[in-house]
Structures are given as C-alpha cells and as structure tokens.
Design a protein around this ligand. Sequence first.
Ligand SMILES: Nc1ncnc2c1ncn2[C@@H]1O[C@H](COP(=O)(O)OP(=O)(O)O)[C@@H](O)[C@H]1O
Ligand SMILES: [Mg+2]
Length: 275
Amino acid sequence: MIRLEDVGYVYPGGVEALRGVSLTIGERSSLAIMGRSGAGKTTLIKHLNGLLKPTSGRVTVDGVDTRKATVAKLSRKVGIVFQNPDHQLFAETVEDEVAFPLKNFGFPQDEIKARTEWVLELFNLTRYRKHSPLTLSGGEKKRVAMASIVSWKPKYLVLDEPTLGQDRENKLRLRELFEEFMEEGRTIIMVTHDVEFAAECGFDVALLVDGKVSALGSAREILSNVELLKKASLAAPQMAELFLELEGVEAQPVFTVEEAERLILSRLMSGSGRP
Ligand SMILES: Nc1ncnc2c1ncn2[C@@H]1O[C@H](COP(=O)(O)OP(=O)(O)O)[C@@H](O)[C@H]1O
Ligand SMILES: [Mg+2]
C-alpha cells in the first residue's frame, strides 16, 4: 500500500502546495483525486514515486520511505503518466517510445515484443508505430504516454487526466484496462476533472481543496454531494443533474448513462407511466 502521513510540501519559491495530506491507498484499490486547478493534485502524485519528497510528514510505498529509495527503483512499482505528454515523449518512433522502458527494466526480447504489440493495439496506435510521436495529435500523444507506462504493468498505475482528448471508445478501453489491472491485484490512481468517467469507473474519490483532502468516499457518496462538489469547483455528473432537475432531491440517484437506461427501462416495463 501507499501511505501519505500528514504530508506537507512547499515549493522552493514558497508556495505551500500540500498542507497535511493523510491518505492510505491500498492494494487492488482505485482512487480518483479531484479538485480545482491549483489544488495540489499534480504535486500530490509526484510524491507517489519520490519525484518530490515531502517537506514535512512521510510517504511510504509498500513500507519503503520515498526519501530512502531512488525514483528509478520506485518507478518500477509506481508508474506515473503525467498530464502533458510533451514532457514525457522523446523517442523517434511510437514503437521505440513504448519499448524503451521495457528495455530499461531488462525485460527479455520476446517479452518486449509481445508487450509492445499489446499496448499499441490497446491504445489504438498500431497504425502509428513507425511515426514520430511529435507528429501526433494531443490525444494520440497522451495514448503513447499511457502505453509506454502501462506496458511494464506497474503495481500502482497513476494517471494525470487520462481522458483528456479521448473519445468514447478509448475511454471504454481505459475502463476495461483498469478492471483487468485490478483483477491482477494492481491499484489505479487517477487525477481527473471528468466526473462522468470517475462515476462510470466507480472509483473512490478524494477531493482536494487548497492542498488538503476535504472529503474521501465512494464516487456515489462524493459525486452526489452538491455542497462538497461546489467547494471543489466540480459539477455533478450530467445524469445526476438531469434527474435532480426532473425529479427533485427525492429522486433515485442516477450517475451514469447505463444506470439511467436501466431505470427508464424498468419503469417502462412496470408501466409506471413515468419515462
Ligand atoms: N514547479 C512549481 N514551482 C512553484 N510552484 C508550483 C510548481 N508547481 C505547482 N506549483 C504551485 O503549487 C500549487 C499546486 O499546483 P498543482 O499541484 O500543479 O495543482 P493541480 O494539479 O491541482 O492543478 C499551485 O499554487 C501551483 O501554482
Ligand atoms: Mg495538475
């Protein structure tokens, strides 16, 4: 598990980005970190593989203090895909970009080949394999960045805004990947503004406000709490808003398109007259 104990972080310029964050992220769990821009989300995830060391408090990954391990060593376990892929991509081709970390971690040749094929297919990138990552669109670059981390199957997969620039099909594939990883005992941590996606994935949600965790609970608990969401400058999922508007606060909570479909169908079948 990853534990943050009363973590504070002050940037060299003096900005206090984290102010006493305590959070335990267990094995096989899934957590969405949400909150307004500048709340400290990216600063927080940079602590998970030791890129940043806490100014106060402590971060441990499976019992190892991040101050006492190298980023290279921690990264094998904690793979982070950053928000802006431009800072991550450097190889001449998409294929090399994906294979590089696998070579670096010493995977055997046939395994490198198999895993490269797998992630290129998974992220809809096979047709770009010989292209330079720099020639791709923002959403495609993001998928290359994700592919190059997912390939080594870190125990903890951390993603900063994974759905940016992704269409419905790619989001669905991401969800399936998360489920597969969790079945294998891995943990997924994502930073996202995409309330629909967080609700569909059914992740736990930690709301970050001004460098502190202001609420932690299931997607259902947090994303139906209008007061909490307001504090974090987030809107409720559109389906929840729609049903609230149509049926008032007494309404059965509906968060995703799938739930809405099920509810409407069951009402039609029971002939209740309501849509
Ligand atoms: N490299 C940096 N140097 C100084 N201040 C920074 C740096 N990166 C982020 N900050 C500041 O730290 C705070 C938290 O930023 P960040 O973690 O990027 O928030 P978020 O990811 O939630 O948008 C903001 O006030 C931001 O301006
Ligand atoms: Mg950020």
